[in-house]
Design a protein around this ligand. Structure first.
Ligand SMILES: Cc1ncc(COP(=O)(O)O)c(C=O)c1O
Length: 383
């Protein structure tokens, strides 16, 4: 099948919808819906009779995630519930000393702020860089000092769509002995990624956005040395090195990131995400990235062509990914909330973020008729 036919087959979206919301919750490809249906059918007629086959699917998923992140080993891939859980495992797993600090930005999603802020109770300071200027990395690095233990940023900011230069931040952390933690939920599955090249210690991302999977199954990557720095916070049979040896009374935690997975895996989610990632692998992440960027560029060009709209997302090359956020010059925040409701009611699925409207098309999205969809959505509401 050529690319156009694959897209048509895999994304039979309702024709009345223009789906521009992968930065919130993405769309499942047909093969993911099929995997879930088949898994349900199998459970109904034979339960877990073929459990070893399910474990193969789990291994397959870990392998796909290893490739997506360019992890050194599949052992670096943990599967957890969501981004927030992974960030909490890091924040409360580290051994903080009063006076330590954490450096981040003032644009983070609450999950990458609240948990770090909560460490204030242990005497740990959270320093937030203002990153709306021309050199966001310089603003971040300026806040680091000898007491900085960890730097945590989103690879792409959820509101403004600002894309960070991860190599630059990672190189600093690597040479300074600072742990580098990435919330990659807004770029994994949209952009090529290399956890080793950017010297990430931890990478966390749920699968329900750009990875086109279901909510509730996230990747938690850790470098072995970084993993060893975390105390364990949850316990259960599945995290033991010899999981399945139920009679053993002595145990040790798995050397692999499985040590963060205390109990039964989310097999339904695993079947779904494995199918979603198989599509991204088939298309190839270089192609996916090229198409995500060209769709974002098309949306930015459309925003610029409308004199009533103004871009919030930085349009400089290297500074955007799949998110394009813009505001209407004559509307205040309530006005934008109203505009968002009208767009949704008119079939343009988007979000109200960063004081504007956020569009987030994926590689397969057709953004050629935005003007018509925009006009139709707004006019339909007026009539
Ligand atoms: C940057 C970022 N981090 C974290 C989350 C939430 O992640 P989760 O629900 O997987 O905890 C979101 C959701 O919008 C996000 O945009």
């Amino acid at each position: 099948m050529n690319m156009m036919n694959t897209i048509k087959h895999e994304f039979p979206l309702r024709p009345d919808l223009v789906y521009l919301n992968h930065a919130a919750v993405g769309v499942w490809p047909r093969r993911t819906a099929d995997a879930v249906k088949n898994f349900a059918e199998e459970n109904m007629i034979q339960g877990a009779t073929d459990y070893p086959k399910w474990m193969n699917t789990e291994r397959e998923l870990r392998g796909r995630l290893k490739r997506l992140l360019n992890a050194a080993s599949v052992d670096d891939i943990g599967l957890v519930k969501n981004t927030s859980e992974a960030l909490s495992l890091i924040a409360y797993g580290l051994d903080w000393q009063s006076g330590d600090n954490i450096v981040s930005t003032n644009q983070e999603f609450p999950s990458n702020r609240m948990v770090w802020k909560s460490l204030q109770a242990k005497g740990v300071e959270l320093r937030l860089a203002e990153v709306s200027g021309d050199d966001p990395e310089a603003a971040i690095l300026a806040l680091c000092n000898k007491r900085t233990r960890l730097l945590t940023v989103s690879s792409v900011q959820y509101g403004t769509g600002l894309r960070m230069n991860l190599d630059r931040l990672g190189a600093f952390c690597h040479t300074s002995g600072v742990l580098f933690c990435l919330d990659a939920i807004q770029s994994l599955g949209a952009l090529q990624f290399d956890a080793q090249a950017c010297h990430a210690d931890f990478v966390v991302a749920d699968g329900h956005k750009w990875m086109l999977g279901p909510e509730g199954l996230a990747v938690f990557y850790s470098r072995p040395e970084a993993r060893d720095a975390l105390s364990l916070l949850q316990y259960g049979w599945h995290m033991a090195e010899r999981a399945g040896d139920f009679d053993a009374t002595e145990w040790s935690p798995a050397a692999a990131a499985r040590r963060f997975e205390p109990g039964s895996p989310n097999m339904l989610g695993i079947h779904a995400l494995n199918a979603s990632l198989s599509l991204l692998e088939e298309i190839g992440m270089a192609q996916v990235e090229a198409d995500v960027l060209s769709n974002a560029e098309a949306v930015m060009a459309w925003v610029k062509s409308n004199p009533e709209l103004e871009l919030i997302t930085p349009a400089r090359p290297g500074r955007y990914a799949g998110i394009v956020t813009f505001r209407h010059l004559h509307l205040d925040d309530d006005g934008h909330a109203n505009l968002y409701r009208r767009l949704m009611a008119g079939g343009m699925v988007c979000a109200h973020r960063a004081g504007g409207i956020r569009f987030s098309p994926h590689f397969y999205s057709d953004v050629s008729a935005l003007d018509a969809a925009w006009g139709r959505a707004l006019n339909d509401q007026r009539s």
